[in-house]
Design a protein around this ligand. Sequence first.
Ligand code: SAM
Length: 209
Amino acid sequence: MATILRDWSYQYQWLYDGFSRLAALSVGGERRFRQLALEGVAIAPETSVLDLCCGSGQATKFLVERSCHVTGLDASPLSLRRAQKNVPQANYVEAFAEAMPFPDNQFDVVHTSVALHEMESQQLQQILKEVHRVLRPDGVFTLVDFHKPTNPLFVPGLSLFLLLFETETAWTLIKSDLATLLEAAGFQRVRQTLHAGGSLQVIQVKKRS
Ligand SMILES: C[S@@+](CC[C@H](N)C(=O)[O-])C[C@H]1O[C@@H](n2cnc3c(N)ncnc32)[C@H](O)[C@@H]1O
């Protein structure tokens, strides 16, 4: 599945950002979209925040407005070079999310935006374990990703988006219960909210103290 648009959108940041902005109109625009996962999360200048799978810094840009200690992690050197240029206020690490080069209990907040749908099922479980490990007790993991629409009017839009840009893993994610997977990884559920007719989910969970 997916089309050449997927490759092009990774190759040309303006294309990725253009389609992201277009899709974000479904929740009121990009700024609103980027705030969804941050609503209710206490982030002060001294809070240490990890932007997991940060891409070219699309969400990192909003995290550095609130914290002076933001780290972006991504497996793609090209994305990280762009992120460094776009959002130089953050530190960046090239690594796989399933094997993060951080000690235990390092971060107050781990955030990830539209990335978990790219992971195979085993890989996703390993990533959730890793997030749990690097978060300090009482730390918050907050994410935004696709979800199966609850409003049928949003089914064609999300289906078209997934067909054009995504692979099988995105379809698997929308069929799965991510909140339950997070609980299985040891997290305590805090909040799950749906947006854009249910085609987007925000989940916030906490590492038990
Ligand atoms: C769809 S982009 C999301 C980028 C950004 N977070 C956003 O909100 O637009 C997914 C990112 O995940 C990264 N990625 C995919 N698999 C990864 C893995 N196993 N470890 C780390 N990064 C990964 C890709 O390189 C890409 O930058």
